[in-house]
Design a protein around this ligand. Sequence first.
Ligand code: GFB
Length: 309
Amino acid sequence: MEKNDIIYIAGHRGLVGSALLRLLKEEGFSRLLTRSRSELDLTNKPAVEEFFARQKPAYVILAAARVGGIAANNEEPVEFLIDNLQIQNNVIRAAFENGAHKLLFLGSSCIYPKHAPQPIAESELLGGPLEPTNEAYAIAKIAGIKLCQAYERQYGANFISAMPTNLYGPNDNFDLAKSHVIAALLRKAHEAKMGGADEVVVWGSGEPRREFLYVDDLASACLFLLQNYDSPEIINIGAGQDLTVRELAELICDVVGFEGELAWDRSKPDGTPRKLLDISKIKSLGWQPKIPLREGIARTYAWFKAYCA
Ligand code: GFB
């Protein structure tokens, strides 16, 4: 990967894409290609074809997707399935047809079976039924992995797929109906503190376990894979440790400085009981996470206060 290669970051305004854009700029990559959703609708096949035919990116990072937390996934399976299939089909095909050297497809830890052995190794893919709350999103992501592998098998394309664990950081979505748990609890704890409320409502039982990776660590892993990994086999990216939702909520309240109680809304789903990724494969290649959870949450809270509060 040369510093003057044309690199297209699809989804550069999102949590993942914006972190990649920051990192690639810092590293001196000078021809970074981005388009906002109003400039290029990735679900529009002719528009995507025209964009690739004109720009001919050498590297493509597919960080554009319809994403959301457990509620959005559970309530809008149609959009999660269709939009993600369209975006990835359009971008992956156009990348191949316009001679991209390499494409990085980003999946998710929810592609693994609900009851996969922990920590979850890459070999668990398609080993059992999925978690129902995010089955539509997971099916779309699995289709993306299989399309990249098919391009490699049939045409020799260097299209790789990475599976990040749950992510958080600056530019996350803090809208409570769509957000993932860290963004949601940061907002709730902040608003409770500012409003003098005596409790914060947390969804579910507090018992599910989750692993969280700060998005700058994810960006560094993606750059590492673009530079060092050329296999169609999927590869996990995670933090290597997890905690319960209850422990997470307590940590977030501590970072925010909210001293009231936690209240549990058990009418909301818990989702999958645990999804800790086995990251021994990427570690053995030489990458590891750097930003501890508490520090990442503090940085995210600082960003939230600056831009969203
Ligand atoms: O982050 P989250 O929405 O997604 O929820 P998943 C994680 C856990 O936090 C669940 C609990 O057990 C939630 O019930 N939780 C507690 C909350 N309070 C809240 C809250 O206020 N908001 C939210 N959102 N959760 C998603 C998938 O699953 O993970 C996606 O739906 C994707 O497909 C993503 O894979 C990474 O970890 O359950």
